[in-house]
Design a binder for this molecule. Structure first.
Ligand code: ATP
Ligand code: 6CM
Ligand code: CA
Length: 495
């Protein structure tokens, strides 16, 4: 932790005798006074836990002075939230959201004197719609209890509300969106929990609750997705066409299976081995120093993200003074693809701890565009397996990866439709490839997987908005060999 920051969660006066501690003759000599400090204890694999230490003295005044000083220290931490709006999806993941919140999170918020307004959602889009109605400005943050889909709802509600209140038209793909300073906290209770895992390093409700309590702040890039000057969606993790779109579409019919649905649909989609024809045009992200092939990953206090943050602040200062920049060069790629994945972050999750693009940055204003071209089933399997081991998943002749600030995709089918050359053969034979009936070339479109929500448009325009939102997180901390021992000593050194 930062040296200026404290890992104290709360300080409480304690009724000493109730603690039943064996302190020998002291107890017999005088009445003892005590206070308890609840603090964050870092365990292995980025897990945080709440621990406590009780301090006692015969000197009541000294004891009160300590309690007062520590409480004042906590009051001075202005980044800590005091009032939160909480949305719980009772049906996400294994349907444990409500229980997780009530048993693991609410007691910690109450210990940290955080007041909450809790809404248990009754239908999809409840949280999103509600965020357009409530007075969001009285809250220090919005917490979602659920998975990536629930996060997406809250994000759409907050970004949409900010633009509405500032008179920004979300349908304009070139609009400079207004940043959202109300932080979002994620209590993971979904099926993939990729956004939580990629920004905290673990998907664990107690760890996330503690990051909220200490007031962490992690800016995050958001991509906007448009079709013909119509806003479709925002994305922070995966925007995937082909493989991940098809998995999602199939898995939506199997929601009753819970998180297992992705394994079932993943296997089925792998066997179907469909590829899709289309054109991608992208503008490289020249403003950022990193590359998707870097060995280093984005970690807490990331230098590359900080640089992008500085550039953004400069741009915001110059806004209005500056003339519109000349159009930068677009690169165009046509081909047959098994998967087209655009990721704003690594997309690490328990299934793939290094993610779809291990060197992607949380807040650098770019996305990594991964193109997996038509290849054999065996090669595609080798590619997938590398998401789970230390080998480089980009080191294949059929995989390309680019760091981009915007891109467009048009499927072959939609190009043909637009130029009105859709022939009768395609209409009649539906989804079969006319030239090669036995091949896996699909002349129907795939769907987009947008952070776990389906998106049917086959022609889209995507733009990365640098650091548009903020999370109660700090990015993944560098591995510390002896984290447990280190954290234990930090509070004991302080007191
Ligand atoms: N009360 C509700 N009833 C039905 N659907 C809901 C309700 N509340 C939220 N939803 C919707 O449920 C969808 C899935 O929720 P969530 O993301 O929490 O779980 P998940 O899909 O299991 O996890 P993941 O997104 O991590 O794969 C969201 O898109 C959200 O809009
Ligand atoms: C033989 C072993 C091969 C194993 C291959 C494992 C590769 C796993 C990569 C996982 C990438 C997850 C990307 C995250 C996407 C989320 O925005 C989205 C919403 O929660 N989840 C899915 O679409 C769910 C997608 C689930 C995919 C399985
Ligand atoms: Ca990024």
């Amino acid at each position: 932790m930062d040296s200026k920051e404290t890992s104290i969660i709360a300080v409480e006066e304690t009724e000493f005798n109730k603690k039943q501690r064996n302190i020998g003759r002291w107890q017999k000599m005088a009445k003892l006074h005590a206070f308890t400090v609840h603090y964050v204890k870092k365990a292995r694999n980025h897990r945080w836990r709440c621990s406590d230490a009780t301090f006692w003295s015969v000197d009541e005044h000294l004891c009160n002075q300590w309690t007062q000083a520590l409480k004042e220290l906590l009051e001075m931490q202005k980044s800590r939230p005091k009032q939160l709006l909480v949305y719980i999806n009772p049906y996400g993941g294994k349907r444990q959201g409500k229980r997780i919140y009530e048993q693991k999170v609410a007691p910690l918020f109450s210990l940290a004197s955080i007041s909450t307004d809790v809404v248990i959602t009754e239908h999809a889009n409840h949280a999103k719609d509600n965020l357009f109605e409530v007075n969001i400005y009285k809250y220090d943050g919005v917490v979602c209890v659920g998975g990536d889909g629930m996060f997406s709802e809250v994000m759409h509600g907050l970004i949409g509300r900010m633009q509405k209140d500032s008179g920004i038209d979300q349908n304009n793909p070139k609009a400079s969106l207004v940043q959202c300073n109300i932080r979002i906290g994620i209590i993971p209770a979904g099926s993939t929990d990729c956004i939580c895992y990629s920004t905290v390093g673990i998907s664990d409700p107690v760890t996330s609750a503690l990051h909220i309590i200490v007031g962490d702040c992690q800016p995050l890039d958001v991509s906007s997705v448009h079709h013909n000057n119509t806003f479709l969606k925002y994305s922070v993790s995966l925007l995937g066409y082909g493989f991940y779109g098809d998995i999602l579409k199939d898995s939506e019919k199997k929601r009753w299976m819970g998180p297992m649905r992705y394994d079932y649909s993943g296997f089925k989609t792998f066997l179907s081995h469909h590829y899709y024809e289309g054109t991608i045009a992208y503008q490289p992200a020249k403003h950022t120093h990193g590359s998707p092939r870097d060995q280093e990953s984005c970690r807490t206090g990331c230098y590359i993200c900080k640089q992008s943050g500085k550039q953004l602040a400069e741009q915001n200062k110059e806004r209005g003074l500056k003339h519109e920049e000349g159009e930068e060069e677009w690169k165009v790629i046509k081909g047959k693809f098994l998967a087209i994945n655009a990721v704003n972050m690594s997309c690490a999750c328990p299934r793939s701890p290094k993610g779809l693009s291990p060197a992607a940055h949380l807040a650098d204003g770019s996305a990594d565009l991964i193109l997996v071209r038509k290849c054999s089933r065996f090669d595609f399997l080798r590619y997938l397996v590398r998401h789970t081991n230390q080998d480089d998943q980009f080191d294949f002749p059929f995989v390309d990866v680019y760091r981009v600030k915007c891109f467009q995709f048009t499927s072959k089918l939609s190009e043909d439709n637009e130029s009105n050359v859709m022939d009768i053969g395609k209409k009649r034979f539906g989804q079969f490839c006319r030239d090669h009936p036995a091949c896996c070339c699909n002349i129907v479109n795939s769907t987009w997987n947008c952070d776990g929500e389906t998106l049917d448009s086959s022609a889209i325009e995507v733009r990365v908005h640098c650091q548009l939102i903020k999370l109660f997180a700090r990015g993944i901390e560098e591995d510390c060999k002896d984290e447990a021992a280190h954290s234990q000593s930090s509070i004991e050194q302080l007191l």
